[in-house]
Design a protein around this ligand. Structure first.
Ligand code: SAM
Length: 445
């Protein structure tokens, strides 16, 4: 597929100038594959032993893989031990770690365009556990994969919502950090997806710019004065990047924030961070950090709950302080200190996932839910564990019923390389596989 002449001309005329040749030549090369470790699930030494030492310069938890494996056939992928993410995007974690030096521990953070969950999982890894993340996705059909990836990552301090950016305008001055990883013309997808080349046009860039401004203006009132906006795209053209940053500064009221960076990351005219293939070890990413200097009034006030909140059921599957609340027959666990804030947010938005679904109540019985096994605070030792071979792990994840003749009867926690995968109910001569149907691996060869 040929790059359009207009596109090539733009690349030369914009900030890349003399470096444009390198970028354009590199577009003919194979895309890079990179993954990011879940620091709450696997130690760095063990992770690098398995996946190698080709570390992403700006993210110590990220590594490049020599080739793209079949992630579907790696049980560790399904256990939330790592996330497959373009390396440039991992700079978001680096930025937030830097911002945290001057911020409180109990932040409220919004990832506005969150599906499938790359930035959200990174944010969960770097934010203090006393902070709350709202991971939002406007397109309903993209919410299940976002909720699944968040559940696999195993954190409880998160609410996943399905709202239009304009719904956030009523949450005045609530968020300390807002991430807008905007839908864009996707020039950073050119190596991965030839359709992205086909779909590129100047008109589409202009449509994207208008949509990005609309999204930014809609969400702006929900950012606190002094709060931070991370505005990012996976594209190179300055209309969607620098021009929008300039617009945010002048029209919305913000100033640029500088973050310690790396030599291979280019700086744009508006002090954005540009990752360009051939020049940076990335497929292409742009991000700018801005501080809000305008005010949208006082932080929204929520009704406060009278009296203390108690658990609905007396179970205790997780380490730390959790409340166990019944939602229908599902028992959900919420971090005690965040519960009220989470409920308040859920009352104003369309929530599709929050806390951790730990069990289903059936009479006096509690059937463990898959997400309990994946939770980072799951108390190991509550259920007998069976370590699986890779082949059996794939069978379990494909929802086959395995036999566990030598294991105790009842619920078993299945692991692969010690990472929890999920539960079965062992009946001796057969077992019930409790892996969710919607998450089963299809097409096992
Ligand atoms: N942040 C995600 C990650 O790291 O995995 C990737 C986000 S992707 C670049 C942009 C997202 O914006 C998509 O999930 C898309 O569905 C969503 N989107 C599309 N149109 C939108 C709109 N008008 N308002 C808000 N989000 C939109």
């Amino acid at each position: 597929m040929e790059l359009s002449n207009v596109y090539v001309r733009n690349i030369y005329s914009e900030f890349l100038k003399d470096k444009a040749d390198i970028l354009l030549c590199s577009l003919a090369l194979e895309p890079l594959t990179s993954i990011r470790r879940n620091p709450s699930k696997i130690e760095q030494g063990r992770f690098r032993e398995i996946f190698g030492e080709d570390v992403v310069e700006w993210c110590e938890d990220g590594v490049y893989l020599p080739e793209r494996p079949s992630f579907t056939h790696d049980p560790l992928f399904h256990s939330g031990t790592y996330y497959v993410q373009e390396a440039g995007s991992m700079f978001v974690g680096h930025i937030v770690k830097h911002l945290l030096k001057d911020l409180d521990q109990d932040l409220t953070v919004l990832d506005l365009c969150a599906a499938p969950g790359g930035k959200s999982t990174d944010l969960l890894s770097v934010l203090p556990k006393s902070s709350l993340l709202v991971a939002n996705e406007v397109i309903k059909s993209r919410c299940p994969i976002l909720a699944e990836n968040v559940a696999k990552w195993g954190y409880s301090n998160v609410v996943v919502t399905n709202n239009d950016p304009r719904d956030f305008s009523k949450l005045t001055s609530l968020f300390d950090i807002v991430v807008v990883d905007a839908p864009c013309s996707g020039e950073g997808m050119f190596r991965k997806d030839s359709e992205a080349i086909e779909q590129w046009s100047e008109d589409n860039v202009e449509l994207c710019v208008a949509r990005q401004k609309r999204i930014l203006a809609d969400v702006w009132p929900s950012l606190k004065e002094g709060g931070y906006l991370l505005y990012s795209t996976c594209t190179f053209n300055s209309h969607e990047n620098d021009d929008n940053v300039e617009w945010i500064i002048n029209e919305l009221g913000a100033e640029i924030v500088e973050i310690p960076s790396f030599e291979s990351i280019l700086r744009t005219n508006m002090s954005g961070y540009q990752f360009a293939p051939g020049l940076t070890k990335s497929e292409g990413f742009f991000v700018a950090v801005l501080r809000k200097v305008s005010s949208d009034g006082e932080t929204i006030k929520f009704k406060s709950q009278k009296g203390g909140v108690k658990s609905d059921v007396s179970i205790n599957y997780l380490n730390d302080n959790y409340l166990y609340k019944l939602k229908g027959e599902i028992v959900k666990a919420y971090p005690m200190d965040l519960y009220q804030r989470m409920i308040n947010i859920e009352s104003l938005l369309h929530s599709v996932h929050s806390g951790i679904a730990v069990a289903t109540q059936k009479g006096k019985d509690f059937i463990p839910q898959a997400d309990l096994a994946l939770a980072i605070d799951f108390k190991r030792g509550l259920f007998p564990e069976v370590e699986l071979s890779k082949e059996d792990a794939i069978k379990f994840l494909s929802k086959e019923n395995l036999l566990f003749r030598d294991a105790p009867l009842g619920y078993l926690l299945l692991t692969y390389l010690s990472q929890p995968l999920g539960f079965v109910k062992n009946l001796g001569n057969r077992s019930n596989n409790l892996h969710p149907m919607a998450r089963r691996i299809r097409n096992v060869q």
